[in-house]
Design a protein around this ligand. Structure first.
Ligand SMILES: NC(=O)c1ccc[n+]([C@@H]2O[C@H](COP(=O)([O-])OP(=O)(O)OC[C@H]3O[C@@H](n4cnc5c(N)ncnc54)[C@H](O)[C@@H]3O)[C@@H](O)[C@H]2O)c1
Ligand SMILES: [Fe+2]
Length: 384
Protein backbone atom coordinates (compact mmCIF):
# COMPACT_ATOMS: atom_id res chain seq x y z
CA UNK A 1 0.00 0.00 0.00
CA UNK A 2 1.39 3.41 -1.00
CA UNK A 3 0.01 6.54 0.69
CA UNK A 4 0.78 10.12 -0.33
CA UNK A 5 0.84 13.28 1.78
CA UNK A 6 1.06 16.74 0.20
CA UNK A 7 1.10 19.83 2.41
CA UNK A 8 1.84 23.48 1.74
CA UNK A 9 5.48 24.49 2.14
CA UNK A 10 5.66 26.86 5.14
CA UNK A 11 2.99 27.78 7.69
CA UNK A 12 2.81 30.07 10.69
CA UNK A 13 0.16 29.88 13.38
CA UNK A 14 -1.07 32.14 16.13
CA UNK A 15 -2.58 35.44 17.07
CA UNK A 16 -0.69 38.22 15.27
CA UNK A 17 1.40 35.84 13.16
CA UNK A 18 0.86 38.00 10.05
CA UNK A 19 3.88 40.01 11.29
CA UNK A 20 6.11 37.38 9.62
CA UNK A 21 5.10 38.87 6.25
CA UNK A 22 7.74 41.55 6.65
CA UNK A 23 10.69 39.12 6.51
CA UNK A 24 9.06 36.41 4.41
CA UNK A 25 8.34 38.75 1.49
CA UNK A 26 11.78 40.36 1.71
CA UNK A 27 13.61 37.01 1.86
CA UNK A 28 11.67 35.66 -1.11
CA UNK A 29 12.56 38.75 -3.11
CA UNK A 30 9.03 39.17 -4.43
CA UNK A 31 8.41 42.43 -6.30
CA UNK A 32 4.69 43.06 -6.72
CA UNK A 33 1.66 41.38 -5.20
CA UNK A 34 -1.87 40.97 -6.44
CA UNK A 35 -3.76 41.11 -3.12
CA UNK A 36 -6.94 39.08 -3.62
CA UNK A 37 -9.63 39.91 -1.06
CA UNK A 38 -13.23 41.19 -0.71
CA UNK A 39 -14.54 44.70 -0.23
CA UNK A 40 -16.72 43.85 2.79
CA UNK A 41 -13.70 42.73 4.84
CA UNK A 42 -11.29 45.42 3.58
CA UNK A 43 -11.69 47.85 6.44
CA UNK A 44 -11.84 45.54 9.45
CA UNK A 45 -9.77 42.55 8.36
CA UNK A 46 -7.64 42.96 5.21
CA UNK A 47 -6.39 46.37 6.38
CA UNK A 48 -4.51 44.57 9.18
CA UNK A 49 -2.43 42.85 6.49
CA UNK A 50 -2.18 45.90 4.24
CA UNK A 51 -0.79 47.93 7.17
CA UNK A 52 2.27 45.66 7.16
CA UNK A 53 2.72 45.91 3.37
CA UNK A 54 2.42 49.70 3.58
CA UNK A 55 4.86 50.00 6.50
CA UNK A 56 7.43 47.98 4.54
CA UNK A 57 6.75 49.83 1.27
CA UNK A 58 5.91 46.55 -0.46
CA UNK A 59 4.31 47.06 -3.84
CA UNK A 60 0.77 45.67 -4.35
CA UNK A 61 -2.60 46.22 -5.97
CA UNK A 62 -5.99 44.96 -4.83
CA UNK A 63 -8.38 42.63 -6.64
CA UNK A 64 -11.70 42.48 -4.79
CA UNK A 65 -14.34 41.34 -7.26
CA UNK A 66 -15.13 38.00 -5.63
CA UNK A 67 -18.49 36.70 -4.45
CA UNK A 68 -18.95 33.87 -1.93
CA UNK A 69 -19.14 30.64 -4.01
CA UNK A 70 -16.81 32.32 -6.54
CA UNK A 71 -17.51 32.10 -10.26
CA UNK A 72 -15.56 31.57 -13.47
CA UNK A 73 -15.93 35.30 -14.20
CA UNK A 74 -14.36 36.13 -10.81
CA UNK A 75 -11.33 34.05 -11.83
CA UNK A 76 -11.08 35.49 -15.37
CA UNK A 77 -11.28 39.09 -14.12
CA UNK A 78 -8.56 38.30 -11.56
CA UNK A 79 -6.29 36.85 -14.25
CA UNK A 80 -6.71 40.03 -16.34
CA UNK A 81 -5.82 42.17 -13.32
CA UNK A 82 -2.84 39.99 -12.40
CA UNK A 83 -1.45 40.29 -15.94
CA UNK A 84 -2.19 44.02 -16.17
CA UNK A 85 -0.17 44.85 -13.03
CA UNK A 86 2.60 42.35 -13.76
CA UNK A 87 2.33 40.70 -10.35
CA UNK A 88 4.97 38.07 -9.53
CA UNK A 89 3.03 36.67 -6.54
CA UNK A 90 -0.44 36.63 -4.98
CA UNK A 91 -1.51 37.33 -1.41
CA UNK A 92 -4.99 35.93 -0.68
CA UNK A 93 -6.68 37.45 2.38
CA UNK A 94 -10.13 36.01 2.98
CA UNK A 95 -12.18 32.87 3.38
CA UNK A 96 -12.23 29.85 1.09
CA UNK A 97 -13.91 31.85 -1.67
CA UNK A 98 -10.97 34.25 -1.85
CA UNK A 99 -8.21 31.65 -1.48
CA UNK A 100 -9.84 29.35 -4.06
CA UNK A 101 -10.11 32.21 -6.57
CA UNK A 102 -6.46 33.10 -5.93
CA UNK A 103 -5.50 29.47 -6.59
CA UNK A 104 -7.32 29.41 -9.93
CA UNK A 105 -5.75 32.75 -10.93
CA UNK A 106 -2.29 31.50 -9.92
CA UNK A 107 -2.69 28.28 -11.90
CA UNK A 108 -3.85 30.06 -15.07
CA UNK A 109 -1.02 32.60 -14.85
CA UNK A 110 1.53 29.79 -15.21
CA UNK A 111 -0.61 27.40 -17.30
CA UNK A 112 -2.34 29.77 -19.75
CA UNK A 113 -3.77 26.93 -21.83
CA UNK A 114 -6.39 26.58 -19.04
CA UNK A 115 -7.57 30.20 -19.30
CA UNK A 116 -11.17 29.16 -20.05
CA UNK A 117 -11.29 27.90 -16.38
CA UNK A 118 -13.80 25.12 -17.29
CA UNK A 119 -10.91 22.90 -18.36
CA UNK A 120 -9.64 22.96 -14.73
CA UNK A 121 -12.73 21.01 -13.54
CA UNK A 122 -11.69 17.77 -11.81
CA UNK A 123 -8.06 16.72 -12.06
CA UNK A 124 -6.53 18.91 -14.77
CA UNK A 125 -3.07 18.00 -16.03
CA UNK A 126 -1.36 21.33 -15.48
CA UNK A 127 2.41 21.36 -16.06
CA UNK A 128 3.61 24.23 -13.92
CA UNK A 129 3.34 25.29 -10.29
CA UNK A 130 1.01 28.20 -9.64
CA UNK A 131 2.34 31.72 -9.35
CA UNK A 132 3.51 31.83 -5.68
CA UNK A 133 0.56 32.27 -3.32
CA UNK A 134 0.64 33.52 0.26
CA UNK A 135 -2.65 32.36 1.79
CA UNK A 136 -4.01 34.17 4.85
CA UNK A 137 -7.39 32.67 5.85
CA UNK A 138 -9.87 34.92 7.64
CA UNK A 139 -12.50 32.21 8.24
CA UNK A 140 -11.84 29.06 10.29
CA UNK A 141 -13.27 26.59 7.84
CA UNK A 142 -12.11 25.43 4.44
CA UNK A 143 -8.36 25.00 5.09
CA UNK A 144 -7.87 26.07 1.46
CA UNK A 145 -4.44 27.34 2.58
CA UNK A 146 -3.18 23.75 2.96
CA UNK A 147 -5.37 21.75 0.56
CA UNK A 148 -4.69 20.84 -3.06
CA UNK A 149 -8.29 21.75 -3.96
CA UNK A 150 -10.22 24.78 -5.07
CA UNK A 151 -13.91 25.10 -5.88
CA UNK A 152 -15.24 27.42 -8.60
CA UNK A 153 -18.87 27.78 -9.69
CA UNK A 154 -19.73 27.40 -13.36
CA UNK A 155 -22.97 29.39 -13.50
CA UNK A 156 -23.79 28.25 -17.02
CA UNK A 157 -23.74 24.54 -16.12
CA UNK A 158 -25.02 25.26 -12.54
CA UNK A 159 -22.06 23.32 -11.20
CA UNK A 160 -19.53 23.78 -8.43
CA UNK A 161 -16.36 22.51 -10.08
CA UNK A 162 -14.12 20.73 -7.57
CA UNK A 163 -10.60 21.21 -8.95
CA UNK A 164 -7.82 19.02 -7.55
CA UNK A 165 -4.25 19.99 -8.42
CA UNK A 166 -1.09 19.78 -6.26
CA UNK A 167 0.35 22.66 -8.34
CA UNK A 168 -2.04 25.06 -6.57
CA UNK A 169 -0.56 24.62 -3.09
CA UNK A 170 0.38 27.94 -1.42
CA UNK A 171 4.09 28.51 -0.74
CA UNK A 172 3.26 30.22 2.53
CA UNK A 173 0.21 30.06 4.80
CA UNK A 174 -0.38 32.32 7.76
CA UNK A 175 -3.09 31.23 10.16
CA UNK A 176 -3.47 34.41 12.19
CA UNK A 177 -6.56 33.86 14.32
CA UNK A 178 -6.76 37.57 15.12
CA UNK A 179 -8.11 37.98 11.58
CA UNK A 180 -10.94 35.53 12.42
CA UNK A 181 -12.22 37.55 15.39
CA UNK A 182 -14.46 39.80 13.27
CA UNK A 183 -16.49 37.01 11.69
CA UNK A 184 -20.25 37.52 12.15
CA UNK A 185 -21.77 34.76 14.30
CA UNK A 186 -23.35 32.79 11.45
CA UNK A 187 -20.17 32.93 9.34
CA UNK A 188 -18.09 31.68 12.30
CA UNK A 189 -20.66 28.95 13.01
CA UNK A 190 -21.01 27.73 9.44
CA UNK A 191 -17.33 27.83 8.49
CA UNK A 192 -16.47 26.02 11.74
CA UNK A 193 -19.04 23.33 10.97
CA UNK A 194 -17.52 22.99 7.47
CA UNK A 195 -14.21 22.26 9.19
CA UNK A 196 -15.86 19.70 11.49
CA UNK A 197 -17.42 18.10 8.41
CA UNK A 198 -13.97 17.84 6.79
CA UNK A 199 -12.62 16.11 9.88
CA UNK A 200 -15.55 13.67 10.19
CA UNK A 201 -15.90 12.84 6.50
CA UNK A 202 -12.10 12.60 6.18
CA UNK A 203 -11.97 10.16 9.11
CA UNK A 204 -14.46 7.72 7.59
CA UNK A 205 -13.58 8.22 3.91
CA UNK A 206 -12.46 5.17 1.89
CA UNK A 207 -8.74 6.03 1.65
CA UNK A 208 -8.25 7.09 5.31
CA UNK A 209 -5.05 5.75 6.91
CA UNK A 210 -3.07 6.12 10.14
CA UNK A 211 -1.60 9.53 9.46
CA UNK A 212 -4.82 11.16 8.25
CA UNK A 213 -6.74 9.50 11.13
CA UNK A 214 -4.35 11.26 13.50
CA UNK A 215 -5.06 14.64 11.87
CA UNK A 216 -8.81 14.14 11.70
CA UNK A 217 -9.27 12.99 15.31
CA UNK A 218 -7.21 15.91 16.62
CA UNK A 219 -9.22 18.27 14.40
CA UNK A 220 -12.55 16.89 15.70
CA UNK A 221 -11.28 17.42 19.26
CA UNK A 222 -10.11 20.99 18.66
CA UNK A 223 -13.14 22.07 16.65
CA UNK A 224 -16.03 20.31 18.42
CA UNK A 225 -14.86 21.21 21.93
CA UNK A 226 -14.22 24.88 21.13
CA UNK A 227 -16.69 25.95 18.46
CA UNK A 228 -19.52 26.90 20.85
CA UNK A 229 -17.28 29.22 22.91
CA UNK A 230 -15.61 30.58 19.77
CA UNK A 231 -18.94 31.46 18.15
CA UNK A 232 -21.12 32.41 21.11
CA UNK A 233 -18.55 33.96 23.49
CA UNK A 234 -15.87 35.10 21.01
CA UNK A 235 -13.43 33.44 23.42
CA UNK A 236 -9.89 34.11 22.19
CA UNK A 237 -8.42 30.71 23.11
CA UNK A 238 -11.38 28.88 21.57
CA UNK A 239 -11.01 30.87 18.33
CA UNK A 240 -7.30 29.99 18.25
CA UNK A 241 -8.17 26.30 18.70
CA UNK A 242 -10.83 26.23 15.96
CA UNK A 243 -8.45 28.13 13.65
CA UNK A 244 -5.77 25.52 14.26
CA UNK A 245 -8.23 22.61 14.07
CA UNK A 246 -9.51 23.62 10.64
CA UNK A 247 -5.93 23.62 9.28
CA UNK A 248 -5.21 20.19 10.78
CA UNK A 249 -8.40 18.85 9.18
CA UNK A 250 -7.10 20.19 5.85
CA UNK A 251 -3.81 18.31 6.30
CA UNK A 252 -5.94 15.18 6.36
CA UNK A 253 -8.87 15.48 3.97
CA UNK A 254 -6.86 17.13 1.21
CA UNK A 255 -4.88 13.90 0.98
CA UNK A 256 -7.67 11.31 1.25
CA UNK A 257 -10.87 12.99 0.05
CA UNK A 258 -14.30 13.50 1.59
CA UNK A 259 -17.76 12.00 1.01
CA UNK A 260 -21.34 12.74 0.12
CA UNK A 261 -21.95 15.48 2.70
CA UNK A 262 -19.78 17.56 0.39
CA UNK A 263 -21.27 16.01 -2.77
CA UNK A 264 -24.75 17.02 -1.55
CA UNK A 265 -23.64 20.50 -0.37
CA UNK A 266 -22.08 21.48 -3.71
CA UNK A 267 -25.29 21.43 -5.81
CA UNK A 268 -27.06 23.46 -3.08
CA UNK A 269 -24.30 26.08 -3.46
CA UNK A 270 -24.54 25.99 -7.26
CA UNK A 271 -28.36 26.19 -7.47
CA UNK A 272 -29.32 28.40 -4.50
CA UNK A 273 -25.98 30.01 -3.55
CA UNK A 274 -26.33 28.37 -0.12
CA UNK A 275 -23.23 29.18 2.00
CA UNK A 276 -21.00 26.10 1.89
CA UNK A 277 -20.66 25.66 5.66
CA UNK A 278 -24.38 25.98 6.33
CA UNK A 279 -25.20 23.34 3.72
CA UNK A 280 -22.66 20.96 5.25
CA UNK A 281 -23.82 21.56 8.82
CA UNK A 282 -27.46 20.80 8.00
CA UNK A 283 -26.58 17.62 6.07
CA UNK A 284 -23.80 16.29 8.34
CA UNK A 285 -25.71 14.44 11.11
CA UNK A 286 -28.06 12.55 8.78
CA UNK A 287 -25.40 11.60 6.25
CA UNK A 288 -23.13 10.41 9.09
CA UNK A 289 -26.03 8.25 10.28
CA UNK A 290 -26.44 6.84 6.74
CA UNK A 291 -22.70 6.13 6.45
CA UNK A 292 -22.47 4.62 9.96
CA UNK A 293 -23.92 1.35 8.61
CA UNK A 294 -20.53 0.54 7.05
CA UNK A 295 -18.13 2.01 9.65
CA UNK A 296 -19.78 1.49 13.04
CA UNK A 297 -16.45 0.81 14.72
CA UNK A 298 -15.10 4.27 13.86
CA UNK A 299 -17.78 6.09 15.85
CA UNK A 300 -16.27 5.24 19.24
CA UNK A 301 -13.10 7.13 18.31
CA UNK A 302 -15.15 10.03 16.96
CA UNK A 303 -17.22 10.11 20.16
CA UNK A 304 -14.10 10.12 22.35
CA UNK A 305 -12.60 13.00 20.36
CA UNK A 306 -15.90 14.85 20.96
CA UNK A 307 -15.53 14.20 24.72
CA UNK A 308 -18.78 12.20 24.84
CA UNK A 309 -19.15 9.65 27.64
CA UNK A 310 -19.64 6.40 25.74
CA UNK A 311 -17.57 3.76 27.55
CA UNK A 312 -20.50 1.48 28.48
CA UNK A 313 -22.60 1.98 25.38
CA UNK A 314 -23.24 -0.34 22.42
CA UNK A 315 -22.05 0.58 18.91
CA UNK A 316 -25.55 1.69 17.91
CA UNK A 317 -25.96 3.78 21.07
CA UNK A 318 -22.61 5.47 20.41
CA UNK A 319 -23.67 6.35 16.85
CA UNK A 320 -26.87 7.91 18.27
CA UNK A 321 -24.86 9.95 20.77
CA UNK A 322 -22.61 11.31 18.02
CA UNK A 323 -25.53 12.19 15.71
CA UNK A 324 -27.48 13.87 18.52
CA UNK A 325 -24.42 15.83 19.66
CA UNK A 326 -23.99 17.26 16.13
CA UNK A 327 -27.70 18.17 15.93
CA UNK A 328 -27.50 19.79 19.36
CA UNK A 329 -24.38 21.74 18.36
CA UNK A 330 -26.12 23.03 15.20
CA UNK A 331 -28.95 24.31 17.45
CA UNK A 332 -26.55 26.03 19.84
CA UNK A 333 -24.84 27.72 16.88
CA UNK A 334 -28.07 28.97 15.30
CA UNK A 335 -27.76 26.79 12.18
CA UNK A 336 -31.09 26.03 10.41
CA UNK A 337 -32.62 22.59 11.12
CA UNK A 338 -33.52 21.36 7.66
CA UNK A 339 -33.39 22.02 3.94
CA UNK A 340 -36.83 23.64 3.94
CA UNK A 341 -35.43 26.41 6.12
CA UNK A 342 -32.68 26.89 3.53
CA UNK A 343 -35.38 27.56 0.90
CA UNK A 344 -34.60 24.39 -1.01
CA UNK A 345 -37.45 23.53 -3.43
CA UNK A 346 -38.83 20.00 -3.22
CA UNK A 347 -39.24 19.93 -7.03
CA UNK A 348 -35.45 20.26 -7.41
CA UNK A 349 -34.56 17.15 -5.39
CA UNK A 350 -34.21 14.89 -8.47
CA UNK A 351 -31.81 17.36 -10.09
CA UNK A 352 -29.89 17.81 -6.81
CA UNK A 353 -29.51 14.05 -6.29
CA UNK A 354 -28.22 13.53 -9.81
CA UNK A 355 -25.69 16.38 -9.47
CA UNK A 356 -24.54 15.15 -6.04
CA UNK A 357 -24.07 11.58 -7.27
CA UNK A 358 -21.81 12.85 -10.05
CA UNK A 359 -19.76 15.11 -7.74
CA UNK A 360 -16.04 14.35 -7.38
CA UNK A 361 -16.41 13.77 -3.60
CA UNK A 362 -18.80 10.81 -4.07
CA UNK A 363 -15.89 8.53 -4.92
CA UNK A 364 -14.57 8.86 -1.35
CA UNK A 365 -17.82 8.02 0.42
CA UNK A 366 -17.36 4.97 2.67
CA UNK A 367 -20.78 3.51 1.79
CA UNK A 368 -21.55 2.60 -1.81
CA UNK A 369 -24.36 4.97 -2.69
CA UNK A 370 -26.86 5.60 -5.51
CA UNK A 371 -28.91 8.45 -6.92
CA UNK A 372 -31.93 6.96 -5.13
CA UNK A 373 -30.19 6.82 -1.75
CA UNK A 374 -29.09 10.44 -2.12
CA UNK A 375 -32.61 11.42 -3.16
CA UNK A 376 -33.99 9.76 -0.01
CA UNK A 377 -31.43 11.62 2.10
CA UNK A 378 -32.35 15.01 0.58
CA UNK A 379 -36.05 14.24 1.10
CA UNK A 380 -35.51 13.18 4.72
CA UNK A 381 -33.41 16.28 5.53
CA UNK A 382 -35.91 18.51 3.70
CA UNK A 383 -38.77 17.33 5.92
CA UNK A 384 -37.00 16.78 9.23
N1 LIG B 1 -10.22 24.70 -1.22
C1 LIG B 1 -10.79 23.83 -0.44
O1 LIG B 1 -10.19 22.83 -0.07
C2 LIG B 1 -12.20 24.05 0.01
C3 LIG B 1 -12.73 23.24 1.02
C4 LIG B 1 -14.05 23.48 1.41
C5 LIG B 1 -14.78 24.50 0.83
N2 LIG B 1 -14.24 25.28 -0.17
C6 LIG B 1 -14.99 26.38 -0.82
O2 LIG B 1 -14.75 27.59 -0.10
C7 LIG B 1 -15.89 28.44 -0.22
C8 LIG B 1 -16.40 28.85 1.15
O3 LIG B 1 -15.42 29.50 1.89
P1 LIG B 1 -15.71 29.99 3.39
O4 LIG B 1 -16.61 29.00 4.03
O5 LIG B 1 -14.42 30.28 4.03
O6 LIG B 1 -16.59 31.30 3.22
P2 LIG B 1 -16.41 32.55 2.25
O7 LIG B 1 -14.99 32.74 1.87
O8 LIG B 1 -17.41 32.44 1.15
O9 LIG B 1 -16.83 33.74 3.23
C9 LIG B 1 -18.15 33.84 3.73
C10 LIG B 1 -18.48 35.31 4.06
O10 LIG B 1 -17.72 35.72 5.18
C11 LIG B 1 -17.02 36.93 4.91
N3 LIG B 1 -15.81 36.92 5.73
C12 LIG B 1 -14.68 36.20 5.52
N4 LIG B 1 -13.80 36.41 6.53
C13 LIG B 1 -14.38 37.28 7.38
C14 LIG B 1 -13.96 37.90 8.61
N5 LIG B 1 -12.80 37.60 9.20
N6 LIG B 1 -14.80 38.77 9.20
C15 LIG B 1 -16.01 39.07 8.64
N7 LIG B 1 -16.47 38.51 7.50
C16 LIG B 1 -15.66 37.61 6.87
C17 LIG B 1 -16.80 36.89 3.42
O11 LIG B 1 -16.59 38.18 2.90
C18 LIG B 1 -18.09 36.26 2.93
O12 LIG B 1 -19.10 37.23 2.82
C19 LIG B 1 -16.94 27.67 -0.98
O13 LIG B 1 -16.94 28.04 -2.34
C20 LIG B 1 -16.50 26.23 -0.80
O14 LIG B 1 -16.97 25.38 -1.81
C21 LIG B 1 -12.96 25.07 -0.56
FE1 LIG C 1 -15.95 22.02 2.86
Amino acid sequence: MINRIILNETSYFGYGSRSVLKDEIKNRNYKKALVVTQENILENVTSKVLDILNECNYNYELYMGIKPNPTIKNVKDGVLKCKAINADYIIAVGGGSVIDTAKAIGIIMTNPEFENVISLDGTAETKNKSLPIIAIPTTAGTAAEVTINYVITDEERVKKMVCVDPHDIPVLSIIDQELMMEMPKLVAASTGMDALTHAMEGFITKSAWEMTDMFHLEAIKLIFNNIDKAVNNKDKEAIENVGLGQYIAGMGFSNVGLGIVHSMAHPLGALYDTPHGIANAVLLPYVMEYNSKVCKDKFKEIAKAMNLKVDNLSEDEIINEVINAIIDMNKRLGIPNNLKELNVQEKDIDWLANAAYNDLCTGGNPRETSINDIKSLYTKIYNI
